[in-house]
Design a protein around this ligand. Structure first.
Ligand code: 13P
Ligand code: SF4
Length: 299
C-alpha cells in the first residue's frame, strides 16, 4: 500500500476527516475531504459527524475547529505550523487596548490565538470581515491583528476602526511595483488579490477576495487570464479546477513556510498516533466559542 492508501485506510478505521486549507502543498490538497478557506473550513469543523478532525493548515485554524467542536479530537499534524500574524497580538495587549477604548466592540480575525478570541466580541475571516464590521451597531471598532484587513474594511464603513499593527509577512511581500509589471505583461488578465495585501496593492486590484472567493469568482467569470495576489498554493487548485483558464502569480510566487510544513507522512503519523491533539486552557473555550459562533452568522 502506498502512503495515500494508508491514510485512506486509517481515516476509515478511525472515522476521521481531513480538512485542508487552500495554501497547503498540492499532494495534501489532493487527499482532502474538504478543501477551503478559513471560513469554509470552520463551518465544516462545526458540522462534521466525524470523531477526529485532522487539520492541515496552521494552528489557529485547528484551534478554531476545536473551539467549535470541543468534544471532538482535533489533530494538527505539525505542531510547529503556526501563523506569525496570529502571534503579533497577545490577550494582554488586547485587554490594554480595550481599557483605552471602553466604548469599542472588538473584531478579531480568525488568525489569532484562542485567548485573543476569548477577549473579542466577534471573529471574522477575510471572506466575511466587511459584513461583520458593517453589522456592528457601535461606531467604534477595535480590529485585530491585521492592519491591512482593517484598512480594507474601513473603506466600506462610516465608523472608526482602531487597527492593531499586525500583518501577514507573505502578503506584505507582494509589492505594487512587481504587480504593475505583471499587469503590463498580461494586459488582458484580471488581478485578484487577498485583503491581507498592502493597500497600495489592493488599489491595483480588479477584485479583492478570500482564497475561496477567488475560486468562486474564477469559475463563474468568462475571463480567461488571472493574476493572483496571494500565497502560491491557491494557484494549484485554481488551475486544477479551471482547465481552460490561465493563472499566474502577481509578481514572484510568495510562499507561506508555515502552510508548507505539512507533508503526507505528517498526516499519516498524525492519524496513526493521534498527534498533535489540540487542547485549550480552561476558561478560554466558552468566550472564544461565542465570538466564533457569532461570526458564523455572516457570509
Ligand atoms: P483565507 O481566509 O482566505 O483562507 O485566508 C487565510 C489566511 O491565512 C490568509 O493568509
Ligand atoms: Fe499566517 Fe500569512 Fe501564512 Fe496566512 S499566509 S497562515 S496569515 S503567515
Amino acid at each position: 500500500m502506498n502512503i495515500v492508501e494508508e491514510i485512506t485506510k486509517l481515516k476509515k478505521e478511525k472515522n476521521a476527516i481531513v480538512l485542508v486549507h487552500n495554501y497547503q502543498r498540492s499532494e495534501i490538497q489532493d487527499i482532502a475531504d474538504s478543501l477551503g478557506d478559513s471560513l469554509g473550513l470552520a463551518r465544516e469543523a462545526a458540522k462534521t459527524d466525524a470523531g477526529i478532525i485532522v487539520f492541515c493548515g496552521v494552528r489557529f485554524m485547528a484551534e478554531t475547529a476545536k473551539i467549535l467542536s470541543p468534544k471532538k479530537m482535533v489533530l494538527l499534524p505539525r505542531k510547529d505550523a503556526g501563523c506569525p500574524m496570529a502571534d503579533m497580538i497577545t490577550a494582554e495587549d488586547l485587554r490594554k487596548l480595550k481599557e483605552k477604548h471602553t466604548d469599542a466592540k472588538v473584531v478579531s480575525y480568525l488568525n489569532t490565538n484562542a485567548d485573543v478570541k476569548a477577549e473579542s466580541d466577534i471573529c471574522c475571516t477575510s471572506a466575511n470581515a466587511i459584513n461583520v464590521v458593517r453589522n456592528i451597531k457601535e461606531k467604534k471598532i477595535i480590529f485585530t491583528p491585521d492592519k491591512n484587513l482593517a484598512a480594507y474594511c474601513q473603506r466600506f464603513v462610516d465608523k472608526e476602526i482602531i487597527p492593531w499593527n499586525g500583518y501577514c509577512y507573505v502578503h506584505e511581500k507582494i509589492r505594487k511595483e512587481e504587480v504593475r509589471l505583471a499587469k503590463e505583461r498580461f494586459p488582458d488578465a484580471l488581478l485578484l488579490v487577498h485583503p491581507e495585501c498592502n493597500p497600495s496593492v489592493i488599489d491595483l486590484a480588479d477584485e479583492v477576495l478570500s482564497t475561496s472567493g477567488m475560486l468562486n469568482f474564477a469559475k463563474k467569470t468568462d475571463k480567461k487570464i488571472f493574476l493572483i495576489g496571494t500565497e502560491e498554493g491557491l494557484i494549484y487548485r485554481l488551475k486544477k479546477e479551471n482547465p481552460g483558464k490561465e493563472f499566474y502569480a502577481a509578481g514572484t510566487a510568495k510562499m507561506c513556510r508555515n502552510m508548507k510544513l505539512t507533508a503526507l507522512n505528517d498526516v499519516y503519523f498524525s492519524l496513526k498516533e493521534e498527534r498533535y491533539a489540540i487542547e485549550l486552557p480552561e476558561g478560554i473555550n466558552e468566550s472564544a466559542q461565542k465570538a466564533l459562533e457569532a461570526m458564523l452568522e455572516y457570509v
